[in-house]
Design a protein around this ligand. Structure first.
Ligand code: C2E
Ligand code: CA
Ligand code: CA
Ligand code: CA
Length: 278
């Protein structure tokens, strides 16, 4: 295969070959990271921008890598999805999330936690059983869990993915369509999907106060969600002007740096108490 490499040298640079080895190492490490407790969850509040009530906390995974430092999901998630490591990762996230809901309940801070799940997770039949077990073990109601699913997640196996979503919906879990507006099939699929809410992608929200086209798109999504009886939340709310504009447009739910950057999940109860006292 030496000649193959030579023949492809224009396309596959030495850098890319190195990157591949790097990727393999990283995935072997990620499998271990779950057992070695190197993964951590950060949380970001989802708020009612009008009443200032906190509606849920969305959790994001981080990897405290022993030599690379704190890694955000963009540096390992796609690879985890390609190699199937995503499934044990999701199991770990769900366990931590549901245990946290139980802790918040005990502290009298009843609330919801939103978890991001991948397309592959929807193809795992065990997802239903493992959720059943976790809800029973921690005495948590399925209604306290939100699963955020990227709208592109159905592309590969739509019917299998949708039937899994229907089962999750029957359990009582809230399903939210994430990054809404960025996919091509969003409008045609929305009617068929058993989702209760959509999340307008941050790419439309960041500069909402300055962009006519993003205002038009966001307005269309809000109106459509309302017509279909769905909830709508905006992500990436960074500016007060954006919050005020969303409220005028009829969207009350928001999350973003304006309220809080994601922070360690272990600090959520204290954050909630401070927020309530404001
Ligand atoms: P996402 O679900 O769309 O999450 C929003 C991302 O935007 C997060 O990045 C969050 O930290 C960031 N963010 C929050 N507020 C703001 C803001 O006001 N402005 C801007 N510019 N960004 C904001 P993060 O944590 O790096 O996560 C990136 C993506 O990785 C997430 O996108 C989600 O798709 C995925 N992800 C994160 N955690 C998990 C997980 O546990 N499981 C799975 N399957 N995916 C995850
Ligand atoms: Ca999300
Ligand atoms: Ca997003
Ligand atoms: Ca920005």
């Amino acid at each position: 295969h030496h000649s193959w490499l030579q023949g492809q040298s224009q396309v596959f640079s030495a850098d890319m070959l190195h990157y591949s080895t790097d990727k393999l190492t990283l995935m072997a490490e990620l499998r271990q990271a779950i057992e070695q407790q190197q993964l951590a969850l950060y949380v970001q509040p989802q708020v009612d921008m009008q009443s200032r009530e906190v509606l849920a906390g969305e959790v994001f995974v981080r990897w405290r890598h022993p030599s690379r430092g704190l890694m955000t999901p963009d540096s390992f998630l796609a690879l985890a999805e390609e190699t199937g490591v995503i499934y044990p990762l999701t199991q770990w996230v769900l366990t931590e999330a549901i245990a946290t809901i139980a802790q918040l309940d005990k502290a009298g801070l009843e609330g919801k936690i939103a978890v991001n799940i991948s397309s592959q997770d929807l193809l795992q039949d065990e997802l239903i059983d493992s959720l059943d077990i976790l809800f029973a073990k921690y005495n948590v109601k399925p209604q306290q869990l939100i699963l955020e699913i990227k709208e592109g997640a159905f592309a590969a196996r739509p019917s299998q993915s949708i039937s899994m979503m229907q089962r999750l919906h029957k359990m009582g879990v809230e399903l939210m369509l994430d990054d809404f507006g960025t996919g091509l099939s969003s409008l045609s699929h929305l009617r068929q999907l058993p989702v209760q809410s959509v999340k307008v992608d941050c790419s439309f929200i960041n500069d909402l106060h300055k962009s006519d086209i993003h205002t038009a798109i966001t307005g269309a999504i809000i109106d459509m969600a309302r017509n279909l009886g769905l909830g709508v939340i905006a992500e990436g709310v960074e500016e007060k002007e954006v919050e005020q504009k969303l409220l005028r447009m009829g969207c009350n739910r928001g999350q973003g740096f304006l309220y809080s950057r994601p922070f360690e999940l272990s600090g959520f109860a204290v954050w909630l108490k401070h927020w309530q006292q404001q």
